[in-house]
Design a binder for this molecule. Structure first.
Ligand SMILES: Nc1ncnc2c1ncn2[C@@H]1O[C@H](COP(=O)(O)OP(=O)(O)OP(=O)(O)O)[C@@H](O)[C@H]1O
Ligand SMILES: [Mg+2]
Length: 289
């Protein structure tokens, strides 16, 4: 008898009425990100590597979509293409119908390393993008303070990055990305370097911010709990070639709460993710082992 039989988990495909309503409502929203037959090949010493193969996806307004998969399945390659930092070998991606061609202010990036400018105060870090766009200093300063309030760091406006904890730095990075009023936030394992407790606090914090701000999120993670807790949908990638194995509508009610981690629908979803990841081709780490 397997674990889910013993635990008598519901099917991850079973939706409560609340979840059905959310899924239905999301499907009717405008498409923000459209990915069409996207592929990326690299030349390497061992020959050609297909990092991504025929990725098709639509992400809708204010949707929270996570991408998971084993190491080396192409997650970072995918998000770099969406950020305009890499170009696909085939296919295309569009934001609000406009093909992605290089970086753009309508896409905000939050990556794992702390990318704050160490010589600028927290406030000036958040003002940076606005100043580059030509927003007047006073106005940029006021908006920066408002964004810092959204992430709960208004008291640290005049501190420097070195004076902040890892979690606080990532909150500044989120405020800085949101200050440019992006259509979509692209997040590549943003909490990957944080300890478990800070990471859990950041997940809840990000959800509260996302509930307040009109922004779509594409979030990359290795962590199954994190993916289920945060997302409306989860895109599961397999490795070699990096391809979509399944897209799951997360059957957990919103608003989310850490107590939901032990509910049947949460565990059933995690179990399905584990099945897919184990069946979907080995990642780079497995190969090296
Ligand atoms: N610039 C590059 N040149 C050659 N190969 C590359 C390049 N970038 C990525 N790759 C290869 O493409 C594949 C996908 O890499 P990618 O970094 O996107 O994986 P990932 O899913 O983000 O992994 P991780 O979970 O470890 O961050 C890997 O096999 C990697 O070696
Ligand atoms: Mg990566």
């Amino acid at each position: 008898m397997n674990l889910s039989d013993r635990l008598q988990l519901p099917s991850y495909l079973h939706h409560t009425d609340d979840v059905k309503r959310r899924v239905e409502e999301l499907r009717n929203r405008a498409v923000v990100l459209e990915v069409d037959g996207l592929g990326r090949k690299f030349d390497s010493a061992k020959g050609e590597v297909t990092a991504l193969h025929d990725i098709n996806l639509e992400v809708r307004s204010r949707e929270f979509v996570s991408v998971i998969g084993p190491s080396g399945c192409g997650k970072s390659t995918f998000i770099k293409i969406l950020a305009g930092l890499d170009t696909p070998s085939s296919g295309a991606a569009r934001i609000d119908g406009t093909p992605i061609d290089g970086p753009g202010a309508e896409r905000g990036m939050v990556f794992q390393g702390y990318t704050l400018f160490p010589w600028l105060s927290v406030k000036r870090n958040v003002m940076f993008g606005m100043r580059m766009k030509g927003v007047k200093r006073k106005s940029a300063e006021q908006q920066a303070l408002e964004w810092l309030e959204v992430v709960g760091l208004e008291k640290f406006a005049d501190h420097y990055p070195a004076q902040l904890s890892g979690g606080m730095k990532q909150r500044v990075a989120i405020a800085r990305a949101l200050a440019n009023e992006p259509r979509i936030l692209l997040m590549d394992e943003p909490f990957g370097a944080l300890d478990a407790q800070t990471r859990a606090a950041m997940q809840s914090h990000l959800l509260r911010v996302w509930e307040k701000v009109d922004v779509t999120v594409l979030f990359i993670t290795h962590d199954l709990d994190e993916a289920v807790y945060l997302s409306d949908r989860i895109v599961v990638l397999g490795a070699h070639p990096g391809r979509i194995l399944e897209v799951i509508d997360v059957p957990v009610d919103r608003p989310r709460d850490p107590e939901q981690f032990l509910t049947g629908h949460f565990l059933a979803t995690k179990r399905r993710l584990e099945e897919l990841i184990h069946s979907g081709g080995h990642g780079d780490q497995d190969e090296a082992a």
